[in-house]
Design a protein around this ligand. Structure first.
Ligand code: FE2
Length: 308
């Protein structure tokens, strides 16, 4: 028989004490949230009649998740990062702040401070010249009327052919496949890079361990991440996910959305000064007007910083 004591006056008083309600220090908002967490956790323990072994396995899991730095990955995998976007979309719809390129999740692998280029740049360091397909990525940043936005910052990052990101993969050079491109007078940006590969969670890591228990894979389709920003416009966090990838609509992180699928067009050798077959990807972004200064900026989520 399940005994339930979490809602008794005695337990509630105990949780209030544990959440700091009895003192005047600390942070009132955090106290309220913690009180709710304690209550929800207690109810969960009671409703599922959690065993001691199950509970301490969970505590150990949290430790291992942190040690591996995979909290951001698990949040994406459980759809919570997608939920944050769904909620923001719903808020936007409510206040009529809609239109333009859809947002999608950032993921945990952005690194600030990538090299800045005017108009066009090469993103790869050439180390995969013999294995990668060269990709020419280009497009325009536009407003909702289709007018070009000059001086917008296209901050983009993607994986290499092994599905790994520079900074986190120490075998790659600094800022490989990470750039900031400032759009020209026609709002254009252009990058020569390599076609990225999709990737999966580390099969030995705690995120995949959780996904295994849910009967789910941890794979993502090939994709390119973007932060697009410009003075007077609303910051956009988004991705292009590549058409034809097996995981395009079966993304463990739920990042693929209508309007964010990019189609590679392959050109035979000799095109664009490249002797081998190369790929072209054209993608335009449309930004909403910013309601205020805060709107122009990305979230203050703690991110990895390149150590100089
Ligand atoms: Fe990614």
């Amino acid at each position: 028989m399940t005994v339930k004591i979490s809602q008794t006056a005695e337990t509630q008083a105990f949780f209030k004490e544990a959440a700091g309600f009895a003192n005047n220090d600390g942070n009132p908002r955090i106290k309220k949230i913690m009180f709710r967490v304690l209550n929800d956790l207690a109810k969960l323990i009671e409703d599922f009649d959690l065993t001691e072994d199950e509970f301490w396995t969970f505590a150990d899991y949290v430790n291992r998740l942190g040690k591996r730095g995979e909290a951001g990955l698990l949040i994406a995998g459980l759809g919570i990062e997608r939920f944050l976007d769904m909620r923001q979309d719903a808020i936007d719809a409510e206040i009529g702040q809609t239109g333009g390129t859809p947002r999608t999740i950032e993921g945990p692998l952005y690194v600030a401070g990538a090299p800045v280029a005017q108009g066009s740049t090469r993103m790869d360091d050439g180390t995969e010249d013999n294995v990668a397909t060269v990709m020419f990525l280009e497009g325009q940043v536009l407003d909702l009327d289709g007018k070009p936005i000059a001086g917008a910052t296209v901050d983009l990052w993607h994986a290499n052919t092994k599905g790994n990101y520079s900074f986190f993969d120490k075998s790659q050079s600094e800022y490989n496949l990470r750039r900031r491109i400032i759009t020209d007078s026609e709002g254009r940006y252009q990058a020569r890079s390599i076609v990225p590969s999709g990737y999966g969670c580390d099969p030995q890591g705690p995120t995949q361990e959780c996904l295994d228990l849910l009967g789910r894979h941890g794979q993502r389709p090939a994709h390119i991440h973007f932060f697009i920003s410009a003075p007077g416009y609303r910051h956009l966090t988004t991705q292009i996910n590549l058409a034809g990838d097996k995981y395009l609509w079966d993304d463990f992180a739920y990042a693929t959305r209508d309007g964010l699928v990019g189609e590679l067009v392959f050109r035979e050798g000799g095109a664009r000064g490249v002797s081998e077959r190369c790929a072209e990807l054209r993608f335009d972004f449309q930004l909403q007007k910013a309601a205020d200064n805060k709107d122009e900026q990305r979230s203050h989520r703690p991110r990895a910083l390149q150590v100089l």
